[in-house]
Design a protein around this ligand. Sequence first.
Ligand SMILES: Nc1ncnc2c1ncn2[C@@H]1O[C@H](COP(=O)(O)OP(=O)(O)O)[C@@H](O)[C@H]1O
Ligand SMILES: [Mg+2]
Length: 249
Amino acid sequence: MAGVLEIRDLHKRFDTHHVIKGFTLDVAEQTLSCLVGPNGAGKTTLMDLISGRLKPSEGSVRFYGDEMTGLSENEIARRGIGRKFQVPAVFRNLTVRDNLQVAYSRQVNPFINMFTFADPGMQRRLDEVCNQVGLQDRLQIEAGLLSHGETQWLEIGMVLMQEPRLLLLDEPIAGMTEVEIEKTARLLKGIRRSATLIVVEHDMGFVREIADVVTVMHMGTLLAQGRIDEIEADKRVRDVYLGTEEEIV
Ligand SMILES: Nc1ncnc2c1ncn2[C@@H]1O[C@H](COP(=O)(O)OP(=O)(O)O)[C@@H](O)[C@H]1O
Ligand SMILES: [Mg+2]
């Protein structure tokens, strides 16, 4: 399988705080990786470095062979790395359809969206994405009226409108009901058929259900990587969770 992402000896310092300390990782195409690790391990910072929201202090991030660290956040998104944040960023007073259209055209200007509405590529993508995220019946609803789970799916849909080759999701099931979590698991496994995903997640039941590969981060470095059963049996992994509020099993 081709390498999607090659991270080499990545470092991030905030003043004196050295948060990412020589992190190295390879991600293969069409895999769903779950990134786990105790609070403060550096998971969100790593997502910020991959998506260009933050610039690394040192090191390299290659995406399909191309170096990303010198590029702007917009350019990295244009190259095919899509990012969904922990906190939803939908336009609450626009409809679900308008939110998806805005995401496609990357323009909030409503006049520009009137033109893209006639764009057959946009319409095709909108149909595909709203089927994928299961919001076909909610297109005319204002996004502010959606449930928490639906808002998360809309936001995933907004990222999908841009047809990312790599999707980064930070804690996508936080606050969801069991039924919503089940649906999200199916949704992510569906996306994996056409893209590569890295999902930051705490819930080990969810990780067990969706992950091809589990990557464990600890104090800004890669602690372990493998199948979920290997990770759960790994003594070093169990040790870093000891004494924290979180659990690995
Ligand atoms: N802008 C920043 N300035 C200083 N320290 C930061 C900043 N952002 C994150 N950190 C620190 O980096 C560490 C890792 O944070 P984060 O990446 O959010 O961890 P995680 O997502 O694994 O819980 C934490 O100790 C956090 O306080
Ligand atoms: Mg985080």
